[in-house]
Design a protein around this ligand. Structure first.
Ligand code: PMP
Length: 427
């Protein structure tokens, strides 16, 4: 029987608390050790790319006849730029291929913008003196926040709605405060909500360059650009095409990587930006390296080939991931649907389900689950400075555990949510 929190009498709540406590104690006694924390690919997913290790053989021939074993090629080899330009929806001559981590590229981009500036385009953020601020749609990705926290950039939150960031708030804040120099965006299958930005939001983001100062940059982290769980998942409009329409190409940096396409630890990252931005960016980048791993770039081109090759490869990932998401959602719907205790997202791609408890309960739920042997991402992690003002958001990451482990972990999770909610209601 589903008990609805709002409608339950005090006596029903007490009975319910007793039986839930017993259920919880039984889980606790069973010595579980389950983990629904970081969103990384499972070994099964990584194995989908194992042929990459033999794919080159002795053949290092490439389009530009470069000796890939040597230094150079700071912006990447042409065939690799072409391949990942398609993922970012930019032109190949607006593309740079980096090392294995897009987070590194994002960190470098923020650091150059803060201290070195934008070549002929604009001065650095720090040259203006005073606080530098970034907009952070929430809930969001903790490592974006830590980039800013580490560089002393203040984070200002805006709501992430079902169609993307609250653009009225974003535009207003930028108009009123010229110390806001950037915004974090994960435009397709956001971490953690799975949000896909609508065409209208993409177009409004492309127009921010018209109202912001010349050294404002959108940090467009399209980490899950091709990571749909089903064929009819919503598409994302091209940010750069919109920028071209509005003459704001210099106001955006786009990022992505193959961390969740091939190997998270040995993939390639990529960035898309206007040619003027690219010139300044590669100049700065050249101060810290002579060239990236071009052999790895060629391996990726041989494995993935083209956009169709990437799509086919991603279907294999979806076949591994989708059943995991289905189990999570089944537990949530069956255990918590109609109880009035929680809400959650049902993503069509990406790596996460974003879950909201009743206000004030996320930390309790994470603690209860941990004590019963189920590890969850710390409550608050999806907000700047680790502080979720409502203390309600929890990020569920089901990619690594086995189907059976997810099944067991979610049963515990649902019990913890019910127990915390009922206890709060009783007071
Ligand atoms: N951006 C987002 C939104 C992510 O979720 C992640 C990984 N969890 C990353 C970037 C990290 O990317 P990379 O491995 O390319 O550094």
């Amino acid at each position: 029987m589903t008990l609805q929190l709002e409608k339950a009498t005090t006596e029903q709540l007490r009975d319910w608390e007793t039986s839930l406590s017993q259920e919880y104690q039984a889980y606790k006694a069973s010595g579980l050790n389950l983990d629904l924390t970081r969103g990384k690919p499972s070994a099964e997913q990584l194995s989908l790319s194992d042929s990459i290790n033999q794919i080159l053989g002795d053949d290092l021939s490439n389009e530009s006849n470069t000796d890939l074993r040597n230094y150079g090629g700071l912006d990447g080899i042409p065939e690799c730029k072409r391949l990942f330009a398609e993922v970012l929806d930019v032109n190949p001559d607006e593309t740079l291929i980096g090392g294995n981590s897009s987070l590194t590229l994002m960190y470098m981009a923020a650091q150059f913008s803060l201290h070195q500036g934008f070549g002929e385009l604009a001065d650095s953020w720090s040259s203006e003196g005073g606080t530098v601020k970034f907009l952070a749609p929430v809930p969001g990705y903790d490592r974006h926040f830590s980039v800013c926290e580490h560089l002393g950039i203040e984070l200002v939150t805006v709501d992430l709605n079902d169609n993307g960031p609250d653009m009225d708030a974003v535009e207003q804040l930028i108009k009123n405060d010229s110390s806001i120099k950037g915004i974090w965006c994960v435009p397709r299958f956001s971490n953690p909500t799975g949000t896909v930005y609508s065409d209208e939001v993409v177009d409004r983001i492309a127009q921010l360059g018209k109202i912001a100062s010349s050294n404002f940059r959108v940090f467009w982290d399209n980490a899950y650009a091709v990571h749909s769980l089903n064929e009819d998942a919503p598409k994302l409009a091209s940010l750069m095409d919109s920028c071209r329409k509005h003459g704001t190409e210099d106001s955006v940096y786009l990022f992505g990587s193959t961390s969740k396409i091939t190997y998270a630890g040995a993939g390639v990252s990529f960035a898309g930006m206007s040619k003027a931005n690219l010139k300044a960016f590669t100049h700065h980048l050249g101060m810290s390296q002579i060239g990236p791993d071009k052999i790895n770039q060629l391996r990726h081109v041989r494995l993935l080939k083209d956009a169709d090759g990437i799509a086919e490869h991603m279907r294999q990932h979806a076949a591994v991931l989708k059943p995991r998401f289905d189990i999570v959602l089944k537990h949530l719907r069956e255990g918590l649907g109609d109880t009035g205790m929680a809400s959650w997202t049902e993503p069509q791609g990406g790596y996460f389900v974003s879950f909201d408890t009743l206000p004030g309960l996320a930390k309790d739920v994470v603690k209860l689950a941990a004590e019963a042997g189920v590890k969850l991402t710390p409550a608050g992690a999806t907000f700047p400075y680790g502080k979720d003002p409502a203390n309600s958001n929890i990020r569920i990451a089901p990619s690594v555990p086995s189907l059976d482990e997810i099944d067991r972990a979610m049963a515990v999770f649902v019990t913890c949510v019910k127990l915390a909610s009922v206890r709060q209601r009783i007071g």
